[in-house]
Design a protein around this ligand. Structure first.
Ligand code: M6P
Ligand code: ZN
Length: 187
């Protein structure tokens, strides 16, 4: 296959490219992300929380290029909190990104440079523009895998440290069988 082409299965977002890269995040790699540390400790740390497959048509760091990826977040919870991505802002802070939902049900959590939170519901077909200078995280609020595609600048990079320090200010917890968005400290 020509390296400037990839095949997307639009029904499930899966990607086929000779240069496909992938990563798997297991529960054990998400220490400190979920609020209920005791429940996290008791769970099997080998449990897969999410996987990412992505295509880098240009070298990371290239200005003006784009990357494309698909993320699958498995259904599950740590205590009352739904499985979610680590979450990040871009190392080159002003870089934006698109997320597009393919399957499942979720919530996109956003935190802008002034620490203002916003959330957007994700369902098949929903397209989300993540402005620059905005930290982003995805939560699977359903009981099936949540799959979304993403497109981001090849020089954006990932900054996980700022989020680790400041948090997102907002969490999505199950409350009487339904997802409920609450402040970090709220019970
Ligand atoms: C999307 C993109 C990727 C990101 C992935 C998982 O596919 O935004 O850049 O790596 O989601 O998110 P995180 O890096 O926060 O774990
Ligand atoms: Zn991003």
């Amino acid at each position: 296959m020509d390296p400037t082409f990839a095949i997307v299965n639009w029904a499930d977002g899966s990607l086929d490219s000779p240069k496909l890269r992938s990563s798997t995040k297991k529960l054990g790699q998400l220490k400190g992300i979920f609020r209920d540390e005791d429940s996290w400790q008791r769970m099997d740390h080998e449990t897969v929380v999410y996987r990412v497959w992505w295509w880098e048509p240009v070298t990371p760091g290239t200005e003006g290029g784009l990357f494309w990826g698909t993320t699958e977040i498995l259904p599950g919870r740590v205590g009352q909190e739904y499985f979610m991505t680590h979450g990040h802002q871009h190392a080159v802070l002003d870089r934006a990104e698109f997320y597009g939902t393919v399957a499942g049900k979720g919530m996109l959590i956003l935190r802008d440079e002034n620490s203002r939170n916003r959330h957007e519901e994700m369902s098949p077909g929903s397209l989300h523009y993540i402005a620059g200078k905005t930290a982003h995280r995805v939560v699977n609020t359903g009981d099936t895998p949540l799959r979304f595609v993403a497109c981001w600048p090849s020089d954006a990079g990932h900054d996980y440290a700022t989020i680790a320090e400041n948090g997102f200010g907002m969490r999505v917890m199950e409350n009487h069988g339904k997802p409920s968005v609450m402040g970090d400290g709220e019970v």
